[in-house]
Every structure is written in C-alpha cells, then in structure tokens.
Design a protein around this ligand. Structure first.
Ligand code: SF4
Length: 239
C-alpha cells in the first residue's frame, strides 16, 4: 500500500510543468511574500549591479554602488568621461575589480557607439534583439543578460541560476546537469510571459536557495517540502 505522500508524488510526476511551477511559485510567495526585486533606483543601476554581482556577494556590490553614487558616477556618459582609475577604485569592493571595470566600460561604450548613449532606446528593443546584443558584449553571459532584460528593460526573460538548478533537480524535475538555456526554456515554455511573475519567481527561488537549499539542504524547515512536488532525491536527503 502506498503512503499518502507517494500518491501525491506520483500525481505530480504526471503533472504538467506549468502546474508544478505555478504551485511552486504560489508556495514560495505565501512563505516569503513579494520580494520586490531589483533593489535599485534606475535601470542603469540595475545593469551595473548585474555586471558586478558575478562571483561576489550582494553586500560587496552594494559597497561598490555606494562608492559610484558618492562620486556621482552612476550614469553612462559620466562613466565614459571619468578616469578609469577612479572607476576602478569605486568598483574595488566588488572583487575582480580590474575585470569588472573593463566590463562596465565595454557596456557603456557599446550603448554609446551603437545607440548614441540612449539607454532607454537600447532597452526598448525587442527581447530577442536585446538579448543577442547583450550577449555580444564582453562580460555579459546569459544570467547577466536575462537579469538586465527582466529587471532593467522589464521584458519577460526568465533568469535561472545555480539555486534554480539545485531546487528543481533535487526534486527530479530536471537533470542536475541541465544547461542554462534548457533550464530557462523549461520555465519560459511553461509559464505565461509575465514580467511580474518572472521577477518575483526568480527572486523567490534565490531566497529559498539562500536560506534552505544550500549544499547541505535544510529540507525539514523548507516551505518547498510541503509542496506536492516529487520528494527531494535520496542523494540530496543524504547529503
Ligand atoms: S525541500 Fe530540500 S531539496 Fe527541496 S528546495 Fe527545500 S531544501 Fe531544497
């Protein structure tokens, strides 16, 4: 005789990804409330934050952004006019600051050369054109590009990260080695292209990943535990 949980688990195995993801979103929203991402005053600040957050903590990004604000440098044309050493010093707290200085400058030069410095015009391009253009700029990979599209351009491109992969693969919904584009499509094929939904869903997955779905998961306290997804895999429970 199967237990109640295994009955619900097998029902979920047959459920469509759209149903599973909608349930997951509602569970996370009920547990944590709206996250209101991205914490920034302007689209340009979102973009700089998205570039700087690679391989560092958000606290370090905040410190770098504070330094930029203190020098009134959170502006595309002002960054291009400033001395690169001043910019480098502002970005120092974000780690890998030489590389990130180059990436920030590359982005600003791109918008300056290809869009006459008009950031709004750049962000208002259609989603596929914007994504392709972002991915052509040094230092902007898929996660950074999708963060910019979703939180600065307010267009529906789902952002996935290591937490997303870990949470979904732990419940057997996707393979643990699924690539970025395939995982992004898993969400985008299943969900309506709604900017609010995509913004909140990504932020909520980061929240649950940060608090519970760590390398050593805290399943017993995690709100996803009560959701009728598949049971966390044996391997995750033992890890
Ligand atoms: S229940 Fe466990 S495996 Fe699932 S998301 Fe929470 S911490 Fe991760």
């Amino acid at each position: 005789m199967r237990c109640a949980h295994s009955r619900s688990a097998s029902a979920v195995m047959e459920a469509e990804p759209s149903v599973i993801l909608q349930n997951l979103f509602e569970t996370l929203l009920a547990a944590f409330g709206p996250q209101g991402w991205w914490p920034a005053d302007t689209p340009f600040e979102v973009i700089i934050g998205a570039i700087l957050t690679q391989n560092t903590s958000w606290n370090n990004v905040t410190l770098a952004i504070k330094r930029l604000k203190a020098k009134d440098l959170l502006d595309l044309s002002k960054i291009l006019k400033t001395d690169p050493d001043t910019l480098r010093e502002c970005l120092r707290p974000s780690g890998f600051f030489n590389q990130k200085t180059r990436y920030v400058l590359e982005f600003c030069r791109h918008v300056h050369h290809h869009h006459e410095g008009n950031l709004s015009a750049f962000l208002q391009q259609d989603l596929e054109t914007l994504r392709k253009e972002l991915l052509s700029i040094a230092g902007i990979g898929p996660e950074t590009a999708d963060s910019i599209i979703l939180y600065a351009a307010h267009q529906p491109s789902f952002v996935v990260d290591a937490y997303t992969r870990r949470i979904l693969s732990s419940h057997g919904l996707v393979p643990s080695n699924i690539g970025y584009e395939a995982l992004r499509h898993y969400f985008m094929d299943a969900l309506p292209p709604n900017v609010y939904l995509f913004q909140e869903f990504h932020a909520l997955l980061v929240r649950v990943g940060h608090l519970y779905c760590r390398k050593k998961p805290r399943c017993a306290e995690c709100p996803v535990r009560s959701l009728e997804m598949k049971e966390p895999s044996e391997m995750r429970r033992l890890s």
